[in-house]
Design a binder for this molecule. Structure first.
Ligand code: ZN
Ligand code: FE
Length: 255
């Protein structure tokens, strides 16, 4: 049976999302920005929390873990490379390892850069990916603990997922990301189309995710650093893609 998801807002601009296996009733919260909205989402769906899958150690992704675990006795799975910075961890995982949410089989990708041990969870059978603060729609996370080359390699891994993969990220930043992206690629038609779609969603107070990897590849400048036209337009023709990525990231930091 296909997985089900339930998306909701947390804190000021974080997303919470539940992943549910209808076959076994198992349900994972991807990250836990705060307990209360996760509890409300569980009540609304009638799902039982069995797992928390943690993408990285930042407080806006982990602050709710303790309270949720105390209440639901759920299993907490976190990135091995930063597990010592996250409280209440039961299992640690890294690239290539498997996570199970009931009968749903997930695969772990190391996607460092935003934090040094950041991971993403991919559920290939359902074409779902949970990417934390690595990839945002029309943007990407700040490179805080890693370096641009590391972050670019992480984004390449996510870009390599099948085009019809729907990805869930940690924050609703899409509108601001689009304003920046237009300054980088003013003539990108896919970006213009996405901007229109996002304006409609936001006007209706709807979330702008999930987005698909295929659509994102065409419109997100951070996934397009190896596009030679884009490199040229930034004065970086012939430079390695990660340097182009670093320049785009730097411009976004200053935007
Ligand atoms: Zn973060
Ligand atoms: Fe975050």
């Amino acid at each position: 049976m296909p997985a089900q998801t339930y998306l909701f807002g947390c804190l000021s601009d974080n997303f919470g999302v539940l992943l549910h296996d209808p076959e076994t009733g198992a349900t994972a919260s991807i990250d836990a920005p705060e307990a209360e909205p996760v509890e409300a989402a569980l009540k609304k769906t009638g799902w039982r929390l069995t797992d928390i899958l943690v993408t990285h150690h930042h407080g806006d992704h982990t602050a709710g873990i303790g309270e949720l675990k105390a209440h639901h006795h759920c299993r907490v799975t976190a990135p091995r490379r930063e597990a010592q910075r996250i409280a209440h961890v039961d299992e640690t995982v890294a690239e290539g390892e498997t996570v199970k949410v009931g009968s749903l089989q997930g695969r772990v990708l190391d996607t460092p850069g935003h934090t040094a041990g950041h991971i993403s969870f991919v559920f290939p059978a359902d074409r779902l990916a949970f990417v934390g603060d690595t990839l945002f729609s029309i943007g990407c996370g700040r490179v805080i603990e890693g370096d641009p080359q590391m972050m670019w390699n992480s984004l390449l891994k996510l870009r390599g997922l099948p085009d019809d993969t729907r990805f869930y990220c940690g924050h609703e930043y899409t509108e601001a990301n689009i304003r920046f992206a237009k300054s980088i690629e003013p003539n990108n038609k896919a970006l213009a189309a996405r901007a229109e779609e996002v304006a409609k969603l936001r006007a209706a107070s709807k979330p702008t995710i999930p987005a698909t990897i295929g659509a994102e590849k065409a419109a997100n400048p951070f996934l397009r650093a190896d596009n030679s036209e884009l490199a040229k337009s930034l004065g970086l023709g012939g430079q390695p893609a990660w340097k182009v990525f670093a320049e785009i990231r730097e411009r976004k930091n200053r935007f």
